[in-house]
Design a protein around this ligand. Sequence first.
Ligand SMILES: Cc1cc2nc3c(=O)[nH]c(=O)nc-3n(C[C@H](O)[C@H](O)[C@H](O)COP(=O)(O)OP(=O)(O)OC[C@H]3O[C@@H](n4cnc5c(N)ncnc54)[C@H](O)[C@@H]3O)c2cc1C
Length: 455
Amino acid sequence: MCGAAWTLKKAAPCLPLARSGRIDPSAHAALSFAMSNGRGFDADVILSGGGLVGQTLALALDQAGASVIVVDASKPAETLAASFDGRAFAIAFASYRMWRALGLGDELDAVAQPIEQIMVTDGKLGDGGRRGGPSLLHLHFDRAELNEDGEPLGLMLEARHVRRALDNGVKARPSIKMIQPMSVSAIERDPAGATVTLTDGKRLRAPLLVGADGRRSFVRGAVGIRTIGWDYPVTAIVATIAHDKPHGAVAHEFFLPNGPFAILPLTGNRSNIVWAEPRAAADALLKMNEADFLAELGRRFGDFLGELSLEGPRFGYPLSLQLAERMIDARVALAGDSAHGIHPLAGQGLNLGLKDCAALAECVADAMSVGLDPGDVSALERYQRWRRFDNVSMALGMEFFDKLFSNEIRPLRAARRLGLAAVNAAGPARRFFMKYAGGGAGDLPKLLRGESLAA
Ligand SMILES: Cc1cc2nc3c(=O)[nH]c(=O)nc-3n(C[C@H](O)[C@H](O)[C@H](O)COP(=O)(O)OP(=O)(O)OC[C@H]3O[C@@H](n4cnc5c(N)ncnc54)[C@H](O)[C@@H]3O)c2cc1C
């Protein structure tokens, strides 16, 4: 078993059925469809993939009273190491409310950097250096304008901290069974449920299987959900840098001719950069010695934060767009990057995945509270209706911005600069963008409002 943790608990005694033949909704908190129903289920939900989205979903389903088994291919010793993932995530305030509602607040509050302002600039190479900051034709978002509940525009969190907090959160709930390192290698379905075969030959069965297994999702392919998408000819260079001057909790996004360049504030005098360059140029920058890299960085960055130094290694992430043609199939749902892998220019990919978690957990909880099984078609269709439009429109929005801003045709350049200035001048438009990017717009699931799913 490759050292995998394998501890399935014994089934709990059956819950009483209400007179209608349905499970009494008042038993919600203790409810577990799989355990109250003798059809050989090992859990209410099996998750293939226990990354950032998979572990968040496991916590949400567990809070809703569903029993969960998570199967993940990776080794925790590797994924929890600081050298595994150099990214820092811009987390919308609504997503952050969910992590708080799932009990991760204490650990994450200590390492989160609030974003107070966002500056979006159509900058040419060297603009930042010349002016010591963004041009006049920019877009400026300020927390003070939105401030409904004293929440920031978003929070910056380093991937290593999020992975650690999720891992601790899952370990603190022994009712979540984590099987790792292990992969799902085959799937069979029947009208009542899905059976997965693991790479060690073990078989597990549940009424619902969720593919939270990332862009190359095995689950998505195995159930025949097709994708549309393409590779962008760019790689995102990611690194954490230290600087002399404080960043003032301002996040900057410069649209440079080769692609977006973001400076994202971290705790202390540190920032995370996401710098898109054509593949070959990015490879060269990743291999360059530190002094030369810092000189190239300085040409984009300018000197408004003082002297720069690298904190840790540089990472490269080739970028692509990938959208699943649907998010559900019989007894199966997709969540996170398995359903939508988008351009990271506005830092929304994980946020979309977290919204999937909140919506799917609530659909499952509501189905179970009226005696339906967690993979009932009505619950899955409700989930897809709730999430698909947001996911597709965000992906296409990022596509539009990428094409618009990576284009050097003069009239287009002038038009987009005027567009930025126009949105900047219009208070309601600016506030709408802030609310949308903060995840606070639309019909929000309970967890994104900061409410618990526990009965
Ligand atoms: C440069 C960059 C910057 C970004 N910045 C931001 C940001 O600021 N804000 C934001 O919201 N988003 C951001 N994103 C997007 C974000 O990183 C992703 O959306 C997010 O990591 C997706 O998480 P996931 O859990 O869906 O997928 P993954 O992180 O890919 O996790 C998939 C998991 O499934 C497991 N797995 C795979 N196959 C199997 C199998 N067959 N069986 C079992 N397990 C399996 C893997 O081991 C892995 O743990 C950024 C992306 C990039 C590239």
